[in-house]
Design a binder for this molecule. Structure first.
Ligand SMILES: Nc1ncnc2c1ncn2[C@@H]1O[C@H](COP(=O)(O)OP(=O)(O)OP(=O)(O)O)[C@@H](O)[C@H]1O
Length: 620
C-alpha cells in the first residue's frame, strides 16, 4: 500500500486540486458532459501514436499475469522448502538446501517477478512517451487555433481561460495518460485475477475478502465525495483570495491615494481566514481516507489470518498456500484505493479534454481567398468606405450606413464622444472584424479580396496604449522590419524625436525593456512606436492621439513626430483634442457608430452642427 502522504495527495489530485486558482468549483470542472465522445476524439487525435497505447495495455496485462503467477509460484517454493525441512527434522539430520532443485525454484520465482516488473517498466515508459506526444499534438493544434481565431473570441474570453487550456488542462490529460489510465486497467485486471486465484484456494476466505473489500470501497467512495467537496471549496476560496490580492496589488496607487489600505487588508485577511479553515477541513478529510481504509484491510487480514490459520492446522491448507493467499489479499486490496483515484483522475482529464476541444471548435476567421487579389505598386493609399454595415454581435447593429473617401496623402480625423465608434472604424479598416454589408476598398480593390497579411502590411498603427515587448529598444523599433540595420533604426528614432531620450539610457539602443517596459513613460512609449511605424514606412497610417499623462515637452515631441510621419501618407487620426486636427483634409464626426457629419474644420464650423458644438465645448 502507498504511504499516507501519497494517499492524501492522490485523494486531492483525484478531487481536482489541480483545477487551478480561480476555478469556480471543482465539481463542474471534474465531470465531463460527453465522456465517450471525448475519449473517442482523443483516440483520433492520437493518430499514429495509437500503437503505443496498445503495447502499453498489453504490457500492463502481462504485468498483472506475471505478478499473480509469481505469488502462485511462491506457494510451490515455500511448500518445497517446508517439506524438505520437515523431512530433515523427522530424520534427525540438519536441513541443507538442495540447490539443484530448490535453487532452481527460487531462481524461477525471481524470474517471474523480474518479468512482471520488466513489463511494468515498459508500459510506464511507453505510456509516458505516448502522453508527451499527445500533448505536443494538442499544443500544436492550440497554437494553430490561436492564429485563426477572430478578435471577437478574445473580446468574449478571459486570457486566463485560454492560457489554462494550454497549461493546466493539457497537464491533466498528460498526467492521466501517464498514470491514471493504465492504473485503471491494472487495477481491474489485478482485482479480477486476485479473486480468481483466491477462489481456487478457498471460496470461504474469498467471500470474506469480498465483504471487507466492499466495506473499504464504500468508505473510499464516501470519503472521495467529501474530499471532492472540501477540495473544491478550498480551490474556490483560493481563487477568491488570489483575485482580491491581484486587485489590491494592481490598484495599490488608488488604494493608497484614498487611504484605504486598512479596508483592503481586512478584505484580504477575511478571505485568507476562510481559506485557512477550508484548507484545514480539506486536509483532514483527505488525510483521513488512508488510515480508514488501512484499518478495514488490517481487520480483513486478521480475520482471514485466523480462519486460514485454523485451516492450516486442520491440514486443509499448506504453508505455501497460506502465505500465497496473503499475497493475493495484498494484491487484491491495492486496486480498491486505486480505482476511485484513477476513476476521478480520468473524469477530470476527460473534462479537461472537453474544454480543450471546445476551444479547438471555436469559430475561426473567414479564410483568406484562395486566389487573392494584389495591390498595384506603389500603393497610393486611397481608402473608400461604401455603405458599410457592422455590429459586434448580429442582434445589435452598430454602423448602419457608413460611406466616405480618403484620397491618397490626405489626413482624415475621426472625432466623437467616447463610445462613438472611432476605434471600430479602424478595426474594420484593418479587417480585425468582418463587415456585415457594403464594402471597403484600398486603391479600388475590395479589402476582402486581399489576404489579411497583405492588407495589414500597408498599414502602420500608433496606438495610445503603445505595446512594447521584452527586448532591447532597437528590437522594439525594428519590430515591423526585422532586417533593419542599426543605422535605419537610429534614423527612424531621430525622425520620431526619441533618439535623444534613448541615448540618455545606460545602454542606449541596447537597453533591455523589462517588466512591461514600466521604466518608459507613456509618452516615450508612444514615441518609440512612432519610430517603429517610421521604420516600417507603410502606405497608410492610423494614429491614436495621446490624451493625458503626457508632459508638455513630450506632447510637443509627439505632435511633431506625428506630423513628420503623416507627411505624404494617407493617415487616419483618432482625435481627442480638436486643436490638433483643424488642418485635417477631412473630419468624420461619429455618433453611435455612424458618421453624422463630415467635411473640413471650416465647413463643419460653418454648418453649426455637432462638430461646432464639440469644438465650442472644448474652447469655450
Ligand atoms: N469588442 C467589442 N465587442 C462589443 N462591443 C464593442 C467592442 N468594442 C467596442 N464595442 C462597442 O462599440 C461601440 C463603439 O466603441 P468604440 O471603441 O469604437 O468607440 P470609440 O469612439 O473608439 O470610444 P473611445 O473614444 O472611448 O475609445 C461602443 O458602444 C462599445 O461599447
Amino acid at each position: 500500500m502507498s504511504s499516507d502522504k501519497d494517499e492524501r495527495l492522490e485523494a486531492e489530485a483525484s478531487a481536482g486540486a489541480g483545477t487551478g486558482a480561480g476555478a469556480p468549483g471543482a465539481d463542474e470542472d471534474m465531470v465531463p458532459t460527453a465522456p465517450r465522445e471525448t475519449a473517442l476524439r482523443l483516440w483520433r487525435v492520437a493518430g499514429r501514436q495509437r500503437w503505443r497505447i496498445v503495447v502499453a495495455a498489453a504490457c500492463a496485462v502481462l504485468y498483472v499475469v506475471f505478478s499473480l503467477a509469481s505469488a502462485t509460484f511462491s506457494a510451490v517454493v515455500v511448500d518445497f522448502v517446508w517439506e524438505e525441512a520437515q523431512r530433515a527434522f523427522a530424520a534427525g539430520s540438519l536441513y541443507v538446501v538442495d540447490y539443484a532443485h530448490g535453487g532452481r525454484l527460487i531462481l524461477q520465482y525471481f524470474g517471474l517477478w523480474t518479468l512482471a516488473w520488466g513489463f511494468y517498466a515498459v508500459q510506464s515508459f511507453v505510456m509516458a512517451s505516448f502522453a508527451e506526444r499527445l500533448n505536443l499534438e494538442l499544443r500544436r493544434r492550440i497554437a494553430d487555433k490561436l492564429a485563426r481565431l477572430p478578435l471577437a473570441y478574445f473580446d468574449r474570453h478571459q486570457p486566463g481561460d485560454t492560457i489554462s487550456y494550454a497549461t493546466n488542462d493539457l497537464d491533466k490529460i498528460s498526467e492521466v495518460m501517464q498514470r491514471g489510465l493504465l492504473q485503471l486497467i491494472i487495477a481491474a485486471c489485478m482485482l479480477v485475477g486476485a479473486l480468481v486465484c483466491m477462489a481456487r484456494r478457498s471460496v470461504v476466505l474469498t467471500l470474506m475478502f469480498c465483504g471487507f473489500a466492499a466495506a473499504s470501497a464504500l468508505a473510499t467512495w464516501a470519503f472521495g465525495a467529501q474530499t471532492n467537496k472540501a477540495v473544491g471549496r478550498r480551490q474556490a476560496l483560493l481563487g477568491e483570495l488570489t483575485s482580491e490580492v491581484e486587485e489590491s496589488y494592481s490598484g495599490r496607487t488608488e488604494v493608497q491615494a484614498f487611504g484605504l489600505e486598512g479596508r483592503s487588508l481586512a478584505a484580504v485577511s477575511e478571505k485568507a481566514e476562510r481559506l485557512a479553515r477550508a484548507g484545514a477541513r480539506a486536509d483532514f478529510v483527505a488525510n483521513a481516507i488512508g488510515p480508514c481504509i488501512r484499518f478495514v484491510m488490517r481487520l480483513c487480514m486478521v480475520t482471514i489470518g485466523v480462519t486460514a490459520g485454523g485451516m492450516l492446522l486442520a491440514g486443509q491448507m499448506t504453508v505455501g498456500v497460506f502465505q500465497a493467499f496473503f499475497q493475493y489479499v495484498m494484491q487484491g486490496s491495492e486496486p480498491l484505493t486505486q480505482f476511485s483515484v484513477s476513476y476521478n483522475m480520468l473524469q477530470g482529464a476527460l473534462a479537461a479534454a472537453e474544454r480543450v476541444f471546445g476551444f479547438l471548435d471555436e469559430p475561426e476567421v473567414e479564410p483568406d481567398p484562395a486566389r487573392p487579389a494584389t495591390l498595384a505598386r506603389p500603393v497610393r493609399g486611397r481608402v473608400c468606405f461604401e455603405h458599410v454595415r457592422f455590429g459586434y454581435d448580429a442582434d445589435h447593429p452598430l454602423m448602419h450606413d457608413v460611406s466616405f473617401v480618403a484620397e491618397p496623402g490626405e489626413k482624415v480625423a475621426i472625432v466623437g464622444e467616447t463610445g462613438a465608434g472611432k476605434t471600430t472604424l479602424v478595426n474594420l479598416l484593418m479587417r480585425f472584424y468582418e463587415i456585415d454589408g457594403g464594402r471597403i476598398t484600398l486603391d479600388g480593390v475590395d479589402t476582402r479580396r486581399l489576404t489579411r497579411a497583405d492588407l495589414r502590411r500597408e498599414f502602420g498603427m500608433v496606438l495610445q496604449d503603445a505595446w512594447l515587448f521584452e527586448g532591447t529598444i532597437a528590437e522594439n523599433i525594428a519590430y515591423g522590419c526585422p532586417g533593419a540595420t542599426r543605422e535605419e533604426v537610429e534614423a527612424a528614432a531621430r525622425a520620431a524625436h526619441v533618439d535623444f531620450f534613448v541615448r540618455t539610457l545606460p545602454h542606449g539602443y541596447d537597453t533591455v525593456l523589462e517588466n512591461d517596459a514600466s521604466a518608459v513613460s507613456q509618452g516615450q512609449r508612444q514615441l518609440l512606436t512612432i519610430a517603429r511605424a517610421m521604420l516600417a514606412d507603410p502606405a497608410i497610417l492610423i494614429l491614436d492621439e495621446a490624451t493625458s499623462s503626457v508632459d508638455t515637452r513630450t506632447e510637443q515631441a509627439i505632435v511633431r513626430a506625428m506630423e513628420a510621419i503623416m507627411e505624404n501618407r494617407t493617415s487616419f487620426v483618432i482625435a481627442h483634442r480638436l486643436s490638433t486636427i483643424v488642418d485635417a483634409d477631412l473630419i468624420l464626426v461619429m455618433d453611435h457608430g455612424n458618421i453624422i457629419e463630415k467635411g473640413t474644420h471650416e465647413e463643419l464650423l460653418a454648418a453649426g452642427g455637432a462638430y461646432a458644438a464639440l469644438y465650442q465645448s472644448q474652447f469655450a
